[in-house]
Design a binder for this molecule. Structure first.
Ligand SMILES: [Zn+2]
Length: 204
């Protein structure tokens, strides 16, 4: 059961969480938090982030608990293309952060190196590596939950805001967040996550 769950978490699913545009068309609200106060965040964004956080929390009961999950949706239709969690441990790959893992699987599935027309949701603000990959993939938009500053309380981080990385590129990618920050932050503070966080902090 654990391995099945782990597999499904790693390969993601095509099942669209949202049904059509009805939720996507829901009223928009302003994030109103910190530097992203100008960002327009929709009710669908919040719903997707909460669902992603809940799915990511399922990893807590697997051998590879992680607070990092990522979802890729068609920006227009709202259909999910791919969902993945951080797989650095099981893949023995330091670049297998949730965002990059999802991007790789999404590109493989669509047999294209371009994710133009898609939006990436991630439970934590992308690090410089992941944000650069989002730009190279041509994603329209990145929406994040907890901030890099939040995550840095629990382990190593590269302190470059995702919006700053996006600004330095000549690709167009909107960066919105934090969205459902407290919900995503709870992934880091969950008691089931603490042993793993301690291991990461110790470099193991
Ligand atoms: Zn990353």
């Amino acid at each position: 059961m654990i391995s099945l769950l782990s597999d499904s978490l790693r390969v993601g699913t095509r099942r669209s969480f949202l049904r059509g545009a009805s939720i996507a068309a829901a009223a928009t609200v302003f994030a109103g938090v910190g530097a992203a106060a100008e960002a327009v965040v929709s009710a669908a964004d919040r719903e997707r982030m909460r669902a992603l956080a809940a799915w990511t929390a399922l990893t807590f009961d697997t051998p590879n608990p992680v607070p990092y999950g990522a979802d890729i949706f068609d920006s227009k239709s709202g259909e999910r293309l791919m969902r993945a969690a951080n797989a650095v441990g099981p893949e023995h790959d330091p670049s297998a952060h949730g965002e990059i893992h999802a991007i790789r699987l999404a590109c493989a599935k669509s047999k294209s190196a371009s994710l133009k027309g898609y939006t990436l949701y991630t439970t934590c603000e992308p690090c410089a590596m992941c944000m650069a990959c989002a730009l190279w993939a041509g994603l329209d938009r990145v929406v994040y939950g907890a901030t890099i500053a939040d995550a840095s309380r629990f382990g190593h981080q590269i302190q470059i805001p995702a919006a700053e990385v996006a600004k330095r590129g000549d690709m167009t990618c909107v960066v919105d967040g934090p969205v459902e920050r407290e919900v995503c932050l709870a992934l880091f503070t969950d008691p089931r996550m603490q042993k793993q966080l301690d291991r990461w902090k110790a470099g193991r």
